[in-house]
Design a protein around this ligand. Structure first.
Ligand SMILES: C[S@@+](CC[C@H](N)C(=O)[O-])C[C@H]1O[C@@H](n2cnc3c(N)ncnc32)[C@H](O)[C@@H]1O
Length: 254
């Protein structure tokens, strides 16, 4: 569990530019936090999705990410999910947004979330659904292979469900103009994946063999130039939001 194992210590530069919180996703997270007054945001990064009007404490290991937090954002403690420096039940709720798959020990981190909070809200994804996303299925199936090794929906659900805590899972559709440039954000704006800066802010791409990624991107570029991509994905152009497998998992103690 060293900082070197965390890709965000190296790929985090430029994160705050390409990964701006999306207001529609923020609204779902805020709703999931319910009446919580005190919130711990674990794997907080640059502060995306930290709700207003609640007392937020951020935990983040990467100095590169911490340095990009806006002035006036919630106080941040440099630390890891696997060992949170807070007493039991110190917070009404804990949130962990697109971060659990980076933790070196997801089970330990999720147990920590349950130890320090009464309610947990985790944004993750269902690999069975995300594998069908055109970028993965048609250009970079290596993403699905890498995904299989990461802690995603099943792991999050299993570890939050301990002791019979009720868990709810809700789909988080990705808006066509999503402002948070994660892997699925540009499903209706395929040209965006041609931009190396955009790809650098997406860990699923940044951790792959870059020659493989370049080859896939050249193929996408060609399919866009010939109109092949548009022929194949015409139906997407009329959609406003798409289910790419992102899931909000909510758990609460009895
Ligand atoms: C994709 S970013 C998400 C950041 C933020 N939650 C957001 O939604 O923009 C993943 C974050 O998890 C952090 N991270 C990696 N390993 C971690 C660990 N063991 N404990 C807590 N955070 C970790 C990374 O440094 C990075 O900031």
């Amino acid at each position: 569990m060293t900082a070197n194992a965390n890709p965000y210590q190296t790929i985090g530069l430029g994160y705050s530019h390409h990964r701006r919180p999306d207001p529609r996703i923020a609204a779902l997270i805020d709703q999931a936090l319910g009446s919580a007054r005190t919130v711990i945001n674990v794997g907080a990064g640059t502060g995306s999705y930290e709700p207003r009007g609640r007392e937020v404490t951020a935990v983040e290991p990467s100095t590169v990410m911490i340095e990009q937090r806006a002035p006036g954002s919630a106080p941040v403690v440099q630390g890891y999910a696997e060992s949170l420096p807070f007493p039991d039940q110190s917070f009404d709720a804990a949130m962990a947004i697109l971060t659990v798959h980076h933790w070196s020990d997801a089970a330990a981190g999720l147990a920590e979330l349950r130890r320090v909070s009464a309610r947990q809200v985790v944004l993750t994804w269902d690999p069975a659904v995300s594998a069908r996303f055109w970028l993965v299925a048609e250009y970079l199936p290596e993403i699905a292979v890498a995904d299989a090794r990461l802690a995603a929906l099943d792991a999050v659900r299993t570890h939050l469900e301990r002791d019979g805590a009720p868990v709810a899972v809700v789909p988080v559709p990705v808006p066509a103009d999503c402002t948070d440039g994660f892997l699925g954000a540009y499903w209706r704006r395929p040209h965006r994946y041609l931009d190396p800066q955009v790809r650098a802010a997406i860990s699923a791409l940044a951790i792959l063999d870059q020659e493989q990624v370049e080859r896939a991107v050249r193929r996408l570029d060609a399919d866009l130039a010939t109109g092949r991509w548009h022929e194949r994905h015409r139906a997407l152009l009329d959609a406003d939001a798409l289910d790419l497998g992102y899931r909000l998992v909510m758990a609460a103690a009895h």
